[in-house]
Design a protein around this ligand. Structure first.
Ligand code: NAD
Length: 439
């Protein structure tokens, strides 16, 4: 039994505590980019103000019966940022650090991404705050079903269309679609397949969606290489995050002769100067959930990872991974942002000063939502496209967005990130100008 605490103790103990580190203001960072791009294109102030906050913010608390009989209460978010171009669209994240502000930032970025890609979608994002690795498959299914039940008809194929993100995948989307179908009347069931995208192909998904984000990033890297006379064949890459985006980027680039020499994830970092076999590593991660235990590389520290000389660095994990220290360490030609928001503004500044090109997230990882759009169309029309058709359409969409972004950057002398925001804002501003404000 513990000793009774003297009345003065709490104050003393409290004062000895180290101050909690300031939380990264991800939403503030994204707002900063919006303000910068708005200034660049003289966006009418009322549109900037509208876009500075999400339209709707849903927070749901829902109970789930765990395998041991305990009932645990979960907190889930769905943020609907803007729908002036079409239904809200964006992923669902399962992670222990999910917070309202982060989901707001990610939802806003989806608005810019969909507008940049000329998709008939607005921006949304959601998440549930828990570690998906710490629960059983049965628990994961019940959490998913209760979350989507909690969201109810605040989502829907013409309203708000979720997709996978960190910690979720095709299986999660199959459960989500099935839950939504079961909340829909018998007659309407088959018409609501498009309530989520990123589904497994047999459950109404599209061929080519799983690799789509990595594929889009590879397109951007290829355009950059062509415009800069850089030979990808024989070049090197390091990748942080070896999940959906990171592993597919590495696999697809390997076919172009790019060797992945270092990888990292939540379990640690590995180095192999001869180059990893990305297929084998991808298989290992699919089986075990992490790169840890893979025999083909030497364990290194996070600090060592960021110092490795490489041609391409692809951050494909989480936001705020490249701060001042990491940016100072990085020794590469380009940073291809597979992840959303991997560079902090301070980190970005250092990278740009060092002459490193950043392929910004809203452009570089837009392949995923673009192929999600293809999936949604196929669901609407009861069609199944071939991989060639999906790939061809994706390449065309990425090429157009690349061209518009690089032209904007050249004409306005801005970074590629602010240029991508500016192209997106142009499109949104035109619609506001035409529709004006209700009533
Ligand atoms: P995922 O869950 O498949 O993979 C996430 C990876 O990040 C894993 O390898 C994980 O181990 C790693 N990771 C997690 N915490 C880490 C840490 N602290 N340090 C290092 N690594 C860590 O998720 P994903 O779908 O590949 O998403 C990765 C990023 O790409 C996210 O920023 C996401 O928003 C973005 N994104 C994903 C898609 C998509 O289609 N899935 C589309 C656009 C953008």
């Amino acid at each position: 039994m513990s000793e009774p605490t003297p009345a003065t103790a709490p104050t003393a103990t409290h004062s000895m505590k180290a101050p909690a580190p300031a939380k990264y203001d991800f939403f503030g960072v994204v707002q900063g980019y919006l303000d910068e791009a708005a200034k660049l294109i003289n966006l009418p102030e009322y549109i900037r103000v509208i876009l500075s906050q999400p339209k709707n913010e849903f927070i749901v608390h829902f109970p789930v019966k765990m395998d041991n009989g305990d009932v645990r209460l979960f907190k889930g978010y769905r943020i609907q940022h803007n729908n002036v171009l079409g239904p809200y669209k964006g992923g669902i994240r399962y992670h222990q650090d999910v917070s309202l502000d982060d989901v707001k930032a990610l939802a806003a970025m989806m608005t810019w991404k969909c507008a940049l890609m000329n998709l008939p979608y607005g921006g949304g994002k959601g998440g549930v705050k828990f570690d998906p690795r710490s629960v059983s498959r049965g628990e994961l299914q019940r959490i998913t079903r209760r979350f989507f039940h909690g969201l109810g008809d605040n989502i829907g194929p013409e309203t708000d269309i979720p997709a996978p993100d960190v910690g979720t995948n095709g299986q999660t989307m199959a459960w989500a679609m099935d839950t939504y179908m079961n909340m829909t009347g018998q007659k309407g069931r088959q018409a609501v397949k498009g309530v989520v995208t990123g589904k497994p192909v047999a459950s109404g998904g599209t061929i080519g969606r799983e690799k789509a984000t990595g594929q889009g990033l590879v397109h951007c890297i290829t355009y950059w290489a062509n415009e800069n006379d850089f030979n990808l064949e024989g070049s090197t890459m390091t990748v942080q995050g070896f999940g959906n985006v990171g592993s597919h980027t590495s696999v697809i680039l390997s076919k172009l002769g790019v060797s992945t020499i270092a990888v990292g994830d939540h379990s640690g970092y590995l180095y192999n100067p001869e180059g990893f076999n990305p297929h084998k590593l991808q298989e290992h991660v699919k089986k075990t959930g992490a790169i840890a235990g893979y025999s083909g590389g030497k364990a290194i520290s996070r600090e060592e990872f960021f110092k490795i000389k490489t041609d391409i660095f692809a951050p494909c994990a989480l936001e705020n991974q490249i701060g001042v220290d990491e940016a100072r360490s990085l020794n590469c030609r380009i940073v291809g942002e597979g992840a959303n928001g991997p560079c902090s503004p301070e980190g970005e500044k250092i990278l740009l000063e060092k002459g490193i090109t950043i392929l910004p997230d809203v452009l570089a990882n837009a392949g995923g939502v673009t192929v999600s759009y293809f999936e949604w169309i196929q669901n609407k029309r009861s069609e199944s496209w071939s991989l060639d058709e999906v790939d061809e359409r994706l390449e065309k969409a990425m090429r157009r967005a690349w061209k518009e972004t690089t032209e904007m950057a050249r004409s306005k002398k801005s970074s590629l990130r602010i240029a991508a925001y500016a192209v997106a804002l142009h499109r949104i501003a035109q619609v506001y100008a035409e529709r004006e404000i209700f009533p």
